[in-house]
Structure formats: C-alpha cells, structure tokens
Design a protein around this ligand. Structure first.
Ligand SMILES: C[S@@+](CC[C@H](N)C(=O)[O-])C[C@H]1O[C@@H](n2cnc3c(N)ncnc32)[C@H](O)[C@@H]1O
Length: 204
C-alpha cells in the first residue's frame, strides 16, 4: 500500500472506529458470525488470522469457538479500532497487531485459517496479499473472504463514503476465485448474492 493511501485509510478508519459498533445490531451480528464460523468448520485448537479485525466483533466470535489451546492473531491498520477491540476481547489467546496485514512478518505455515471479514475491498495489491496468505497458511488451511451483506450493498456503501474508500470496490466472487486460483488455492465455495458474499479457498 502506498504511504498516501495508507495514511488516508488510517484517518478514515480511526474516525469510523468511534461509531462502528453503533452502526450495527451487535447481537444479530454475533449470531450471524457464530453461525458462519460453525459452517466454516472451525475446530477448537485452531490458530486463526483475523484480518482487519476492527473493533473485535469477529475476534470475539472466534474466541467463543476455541479451546484454551486455540489462538487468534488479530490485525488492524487503525490503532483506534484495535484499542476498542482490546477492551472488548480481553483474552490471552489473542495476539494484537497494529499495521497493514501485508506488512506483517508471520512465519510460513503459521495459520489453520485466515478470515477476511468485511475487509477485502480495502486491501490493495490483493494478488500479492493472496500469495502471502497462501504462504502463511498450513497445508490444508482455509482462506475465507466474507461479507454478510451483498456485493452491491458493499460497493454502494463505499462509493457513497469518503474519498478515502470510494474506489474500494469488491470484485465478483468469480474474479476473486480466479485470483486465488492463480496463487495456488483450490476454490471450495463461492457465494455472491443478495444474502452475502463468500469465497472459501484451500491451500492444497
Ligand atoms: C469495514 S472495517 C471491518 C472491521 C471488522 N472486520 C468488522 O467487520 O467489524 C475494515 C477494517 O479493516 C481495516 N483495514 C483496512 N485495510 C487494512 C490493511 N491493509 N491491513 C489491516 N487492516 C486493514 C480497517 O482499519 C478497518 O478496521
């Protein structure tokens, strides 16, 4: 990510952090996240990367699924988002990382699962990032690119928001799947309809 767009994203998300949770029905969201994670087949001892964790809503849902041996690395560009997440999810199994995910230095084959929940369109150079994710996953590990609203709703929200994100558009699931395929992933599931968006890919 170039320095200018990084600074503009940080400014945008630091400000959004102050009202992010008030824009959601957190009880309904936690039920949706719980049922999504069950559908993904999350098992108790997994090591999971939560990309763009924001105020920690998905992090909290992941923790509910894990045993004392499970772990989460939660990464976010915005310190204000992360500070809120740390208060919400005060749990030793979470390692917090402030910065752009593409600048993280995780060892190869670290994670069982990488989840990009409501963040993929904000990532720049997704081809490089997908290859990084491939490297950070264990063999057989899964990547989920996930939104619980439709692609058209995501793109409308972004195009009506500030200049910092108005070109952060979500590609079709087919296009995303093709990009992941080029990085060596095998595509397991695609959804791109009124109910939401999901591309699940496996490191083979
Ligand atoms: C729309 S919010 C979603 C937050 C959270 N996943 C949720 O759904 O509640 C997107 C988040 O991704 C973060 N983000 C954007 N670009 C990022 C990057 N390159 N690396 C890490 N986090 C990023 C933002 O700071 C923001 O907190």
């Amino acid at each position: 990510m170039c320095e200018n767009s990084k600074l503009s994203s940080i400014g945008f998300f630091d400000k959004l952090a102050l009202k992010w949770d008030s824009l959601h029905d957190l009880k309904a969201l936690s039920e949706q996240l719980d049922s999504g994670l069950t559908k993904f087949g999350v098992t108790p001892d997994e090591n999971i990367l939560d990309v763009g964790c924001g105020t920690g809503n998905l992090t909290e849902a992941i923790i509910r699924k894990l045993s004392p041996l499970g772990k989460v690395s939660a990464v976010d560009l915005s310190k204000v988002m992360l500070d809120r997440a740390k208060v919400k999810v005060n749990d030793q199994r979470v390692n917090w990382h402030c910065g752009a995910v593409e600048e993280m230095d995780f060892a190869p084959a670290t994670f069982d699962r990488i989840i990009c929940y409501s963040v993929w369109p904000h990532l720049t150079d997704v081809k490089r990032i997908a290859c990084l994710f491939h490297r950070w996953l264990k063999p057989g590990g899964k990547l989920h690119i996930w939104h619980t609203i439709s692609r058209s709703a995501v793109n409308r929200i972004h195009s009506e928001a500030s200049a910092a994100v108005n070109d952060h558009l979500l590609a079709t699931a087919e296009q995303t799947a093709s990009l992941l395929d080029h990085c060596g992933f095998s595509i397991e599931e695609m959804q791109d309809d009124d109910a939401g968006y999901l591309v699940t890919a496996k490191k083979v």
